[in-house]
Design a protein around this ligand. Structure first.
Ligand code: FAD
Length: 518
């Protein structure tokens, strides 16, 4: 039922519908649907598409209760379906309640001129309009009463009940309730200011504000930098024990660690570790490049460009830098159009005997450790390495001043020709094709990679590759960089100058920790 054409693609959180599967998807479904019927040639639809995509990614966690979709009525194969749904102007938004009967035409919504936050509130209203069959995955959205709360832990096995105290007109409590619906060990309810007994018992003076209620009957205020949705979501998801559902039963961290060959290494989540960076060099040069017995043409140029940016910008230990220099000179002197990996391996092993030069001979993940062996590790370290290289290039004293695209192109070349996750490589290549050429300064290259990585984070949140102990978040999260975030009229925004300052500091060589190196 999924097609890729028109204004949306499979990498958006919008479900792309086509005639083949639309009835199957929309009717008798356990979640509600909000569908945009559009024509790809219509200017208003083109202007609306970014809003629809932003909204779908903003509320991607709400999917078990409501999904956003789109169907291109300008595509000939969808023509008859669009006519069945009686759509004759574009774009038209139609709401289908959960368990809508076959043949239902859906409820037309008039407003396609709204912003994503306004539409998000409209979606809450639509969910609340369910009278008969409430979507089973949708938590209760009505305000909680003091009486109900006092009995909450008698029937619930949650570890936390988060209470968002707010005015009746506010949507924050309901939005956060939806944002946490896929998380276990926590429930969220809104409490209105008019619930005076509870408000005065807790001394609530700020609306909205969020309190945690615990099974032992106590309460404590959730400490956040700004009293706003994005800050609540992040803090609540990070509470100890709270995890995204849908994974196998939660085991204690200790028993999970035993499944990995190594001892768990304690680390500081707010720092970069040289052990991860060196491990990414080991893994890329020995494992990934090592699967190519001969290297020639574009892959050979990509390998050379990768080594060049490492030599120029990697702030490695002297012994590692010496090896990288020797590798670079060897590659430069290598004129054959074809290179055998066995020859390259001799340089990696330092059989050319450059004094005091070596690469690590194994990988050792520290801040890239996963709770299970299949999680994190190498891809985590590769992102970290390239972020670091963009920041170092921006600070380099090299003359001439580096080309803003130098590191990004080297990364793209490496990913395209050697990164063993081929699907990742295809995604990254298409992101690069869309916007990378617009990068026209070194700070913008740092920010470009940061923002593309966040697009990947959003897309992968909840995917099977996500480590439940390290959920994908928009990064840096508010506890790492409170000053990077803002919220205006319900819409989260990034403060770009602060982000840049933060990245420069976070990836600066003096802050890289040297623990766990051999
Ligand atoms: P990662 O996303 O790997 O991040 C590593 C570390 O970088 C984080 O711990 C954090 O400290 C920091 N960080 C996070 N976000 C940012 C940011 N925006 N800016 C700067 N630093 C940040 N997997 C797929 O399943 N599908 C894909 O299509 C896919 N594409 C990929 C493309 C590339 C180029 C790479 C390198 C990896 C890709 N992966 C993909 C792997 C995936 O992105 C993660 O690397 C992997 O799931 C491990 O995730 P993680 O939790 O360790 O965090």
């Amino acid at each position: 039922p999924v097609a890729e054409a028109g204004l949306y693609s499979q990498t958006d959180q919008v479900v792309v519908l086509s005639s083949d599967g639309i009835d199957f998807q929309l009717f008798n479904s356990s979640n509600a649907w909000l569908v945009e019927f559009y024509a790809s040639w219509c200017g208003h639809c083109q202007r609306f598409a970014p809003v629809w995509k932003a909204l779908a990614s903003d509320i991607s966690e709400w999917k078990p209760a409501i999904s956003l979709a789109a169907i291109d009525c300008a595509d000939n194969k969808n023509r008859i379906s669009c006519a069945h749904f009686e759509v004759n102007r574009y774009p038209t938004l139609k709401f289908f309640q959960a368990y809508s009967e076959s043949g239902s035409k859906g409820e037309v919504l008039q407003d396609t001129s709204s912003s994503a936050p306004k539409l998000r509130q409209l979606i809450i209203d639509l969910l609340e309009s369910h009278v008969e069959a409430w979507p089973p995955a949708c938590p209760p959205l009505e305000p909680a009463s003091a009486a109900e709360l006092s009995d909450f832990f008698k029937t619930s096995s949650e570890q936390y009940l988060a209470l968002v105290f707010e005015e009746a007109s506010s949507y924050v409590g309901r939005e956060v309730t939806m944002d946490l619906l896929q998380y276990e060990k926590i429930a969220v309810r809104r409490v209105l200011r008019s619930e005076e007994a509870l408000v005065s018992k807790l001394g609530v003076a700020h609306f909205p504000s969020c309190y945690l209620h615990f099974p032992n009957g106590t309460f404590s205020r959730l400490s956040v930098h700004v009293e706003a949705r994005s800050f609540y979501i992040y803090s609540l998801r990070m509470l100890p024990g709270v995890e995204r559902g849908g994974y196998k039963p939660i085991m204690s961290l200790a028993s999970e660690r035993n499944t990995t060959a190594d001892e768990w290494r304690q680390f500081d989540r707010s720092r970069v570790y040289m052990a991860d960076l060196e491990s990414s060099l080991y893994y890329s040069l020995r494992v990934e490049v090592g699967t190519h017995s001969t290297i020639s043409g574009e892959p050979l140029s990509a390998l050379k460009a990768y080594i060049t940016v490492l030599v120029k910008y990697f702030p490695g230990r002297p012994v590692v830098m010496k090896l990288l220099h020797s590798l670079e000179s060897w590659l430069k002197s290598h004129d054959d159009p074809e290179l055998q990996y066995t020859a390259l391996e001799m340089v990696l092993d330092n059989e050319v005997q450059t004094p005091d030069a070596a690469l690590p001979d194994a990988w050792r993940w520290v801040s890239c450790q996963g709770s299970q062996p299949q999680f994190r590790g190498y891809p985590c370290s590769l992102w970290t390495l390239f972020h670091l290289l963009t920041v170092q290039a921006a600070h380099s004293t090299h003359t001439p001043v580096p080309d803003p695209l130098e590191v990004l192109q080297a990364m793209l070349g490496y990913i395209q020709h050697f990164f063993s996750c081929r699907e990742c490589a295809a995604h990254f290549k298409s992101m690069a094709a869309e916007t990378m050429s617009r990068v026209d300064s070194l700070p913008r290259s740092v920010l470009w990679l940061w923002s593309r990585h966040n697009i990947v984070n959003v897309r992968l949140a909840g995917a099977p590759s996500e480590d439940p102990k390290f959920p994908k978040v928009l990064w840096p999260p508010p506890d790492l960089c409170p000053q990077c975030h803002g919220e205006l009229k319900g819409e989260h925004f990034w403060k770009m100058d602060r982000i840049l300052e933060f990245l420069e500091d976070y990836f600066s060589p003096d802050r890289i920790l040297q623990d766990y190196l051999e």
